[in-house]
Design a protein around this ligand. Sequence first.
Ligand code: NDP
Length: 310
Amino acid sequence: MPVNVLFSARAGLWENYEDPLLTALNEIGVNVNLSRNIPPCDVDYVVFAPNGPVSDFTPYTRTKAVLGLWAGVESITGNTTLTQPLARMVDPGMTEGMAEWVAGHVLRHHLGMDVDICRADTGWQPHIAPLARDRQVGVMGLGALGSACAKTLAGLNFDVLGWSRSAKDIAGVETFSGPAGLDEILRRSEILVLLLPLTDATGNILNARTLGLLPGGAIVINPGRGPLIDDAALLEALKTGQIAHATLDVFRTEPLPPEHPFWAQKNVTVTPHIASETRPISASKMIAENIRRGEMGEPFLHLVDRKAGY
Ligand code: NDP
């Protein structure tokens, strides 16, 4: 009997995922019926993205797990019909992409690349950046993505500080945890990278108080989630110079509405939620591994803790 796997994501993703998923499931030895149309009562696994056709999981009575294509799960954790185990996406391709994006934007600000690019109107203005070893970079969130970014930055010689809910030990990274560690990492982060999930505990974590703890002229880089930051407090800090620049990939409303003041603020860089994408080939291997585990009765990887919200 084949394993029935329902693919439920927005139109267009099926074309990207059908072949990689079939290949990965075949390679791992799962006999599969992969389709976008399977009666709910026959579905063994749902490969899921929040913008697809399934939002009521009540009829999926025999479904062993819902396997997310997204790393962020804040739009799913509140779905009370979803009582099946929920695994989020931890994709080596996405992790690699995020480390590259974060390193690129940290280096832009660290080196002062915008200042260094000579233009006819600004002229020849040499300035020497400090070495990375003399630059303190904080990474808030040390999960799959944050820890990879922290390691990459440490590999570039930055003085890296990291913060998470539970204590962590990462070579080359000075780590802090819990509420007690928050103020210290903020006080020392000249460049701050946000890679926290959005939960009840992390919304507005960067607010007037916490922005005020950062060293004057700090840089904020947010590829995490828009609501991690109180927009009004950030705009105020950008105007006073407490924050010299913010590079923002994620927003409360996406696409960022044309009237949002971030567009007009000169020391804000907006990128369109592209910091890192799930890569179909590597992500399909993760999905296939979880289906194999489900079939063998082994624990699923990357299960979401509904109480913690991530
Ligand atoms: P993980 O769940 O692996 O890691 C989350 C990290 O945040 C963990 O270190 C966790 O601590 C920490 N954390 C959670 N809550 C708190 C808290 N209250 N206080 C302190 N630390 C906390 O997530 P990922 O690394 O995979 O992804 C992080 C986020 O990145 C996603 O949730 C998503 O929002 C965003 N993202 C953005 C993308 C983009 O293109 N812009 C692409 C993909 C993801 P602990 O280790 O103790 O559990």
